[in-house]
Every structure is written in C-alpha cells, then in structure tokens.
Write a protein that binds this ligand. Structure first.
Ligand code: DC
Length: 221
C-alpha cells in the first residue's frame, strides 16, 4: 500500500536531548501516532541479554531480531507479551542499544517495522536516522539538540527526582561515549539532515521547545 501521502514529522537528536518528550507532546497536539525508534534498539539489546547473545555478534542479533514480537500499547512496550517498559530504560540498556545499533543487519530488520507506524492521520517519529534514512520524505524534519553538559544535568536531576543514586561525572561520560558511537558509526549515523530545522534546547524548557517545533511544522504546512 502506498502511504507516502501520510505526513511524517521526523525528530532526530542525541541522547537525553528531551526529543522523546517533545516528540510525544507534538504527537498529542497534532493527534498523530508516535514512534519511539530508540525503544526498538533498546528491546534488541534487552532480548540479546536475556538470550546471552553478545551485543557485538551481528549475525546472531539480526537472526534474533527477526523473531521478536514487539508491541507498543499506550505508553507501554511489550517484548514477546512481557511488559518491558521499565527494563528498557536502564543505563545498561542505553549503552546496549547504542552498541547493537551499529550493525547494518540489525538496522535493516527494524526498517519495515518502523515504516509500519506510518498511519493516518500522521506520524511523529523520534530517533537518530528518522529524517536521513527511515522517512527521508518527512514533511518536517527537526534536529533537536542541547549541549552535553545540559543533557547530563537534566538526566542527573531526573534520576534524583526518582530517588535514584546518580553520579554526574559518570552520566556525562556515558553521554559523550554514546554520542561518539552514534555519530561515528558507518551506517545511519546521527547527523542533522541537510533539510532539517535545528532546534537548540540548552536554554529552553519543554514548553518552549514544543512551541518552536510546532512553528517549524506550521512553516512546512
Ligand atoms: O533515543 P534512545 O536514547 O532511546 O536511543 C537508544 C540508542 O539507540 C541510541 O544510543 C542509538 C540507537 N538508535 C539508533 O541508532 N537509531 C535510532 N533511530 C534510534 C536510536
């Protein structure tokens, strides 16, 4: 079925930039569907861990990925009927997702699944390669970023608010490691598409970032 007339808003950016929150709020405002593509790589990392498949074994990871049953139901994510929403959000899975995501065959097996989210009346998709690879014909492309220090601060405060222990220096180092891995991989690296709007959020709160995103979307209407 040709669904290329269904509008897509692609929001890419680095880890902990707040793009997930912004993308979700934009989707709510527009009444569009929402794809959290990072969750797919997190699920692959988690499923591999459960099956003792190392994150650097591309062949085994790709074979495993084709057999996974992944479902999004409201705000929850299910892997083979198990609700894994909490398990995929750990720092260990952040690192794992970034490692399994470097493999071309893993990315390939997730492509069709990502395309299947393009449903009427529209889709807001967030990730690293939404504008460059998965939905190159997206109506609006936004590259949402913030400095590594600001992103580390936000993550640190989030953890403290949840009552969890947090080490600011370790968080900053992990973020920089992930940025480097996501930007330097050969396939679908994190980069701003040439036709994407830059949304720098270091000095913005969530509401201001959503307003700017909505302005970019209005401009491309
Ligand atoms: O957005 P996130 O932090 O949940 O993403 C986790 C990792 O998944 C990220 O470090 C790189 C990878 N990823 C990717 O390679 N391509 C995407 N479209 C989304 C995420």
């Amino acid at each position: 079925m040709n669904n290329s007339s269904i509008p897509v808003i692609a929001i890419d950016g680095p880890s902990a930039s707040g793009k997930g929150t912004v993308a979700q709020l934009v989707a709510d405002k527009l009444g569009y569907h929402y794809l959290d593509s990072g969750a797919l790589y997190r699920i692959v990392a988690l499923a591999a861990l459960k099956r003792h498949i190392p994150w650097d074994n591309e062949t085994a990871l790709a074979e495993m990925t084709t057999s996974l049953k992944i479902e999004f139901k409201a705000a929850d994510i299910f892997l083979n009927e198990e609700n894994v929403s909490e398990q995929v959000r750990t720092e260990q899975m952040s690192q794992g997702a970034s490692q399994v995501a470097i493999h071309p065959r893993v990315r390939q097996t997730l492509t069709k699944l990502q395309h299947s989210f393009r449903k009427s009346p529209g889709l807001v998709a967030d990730g690293r390669d939404m504008a460059t690879v998965i939905f190159p014909d997206a109506k609006t492309k936004i590259f949402l970023t913030a400095s590594a220090e600001v992103r580390a601060d936000r993550r640190y405060k989030q953890l403290l608010n949840k009552g969890l222990a947090a080490d600011h220096a370790a968080i900053l180092k992990d973020l920089k490691d992930r940025d480097a891995r996501d930007k330097q991989r050969t396939v679908a690296p994190l980069q701003q598409a040439s036709d994407a709007h830059l949304l720098e959020t270091s000095q913005l709160n969530i509401e201001q970032a959503v307003d700017k995103a909505m302005n970019f979307i209005a401009q491309s209407a």
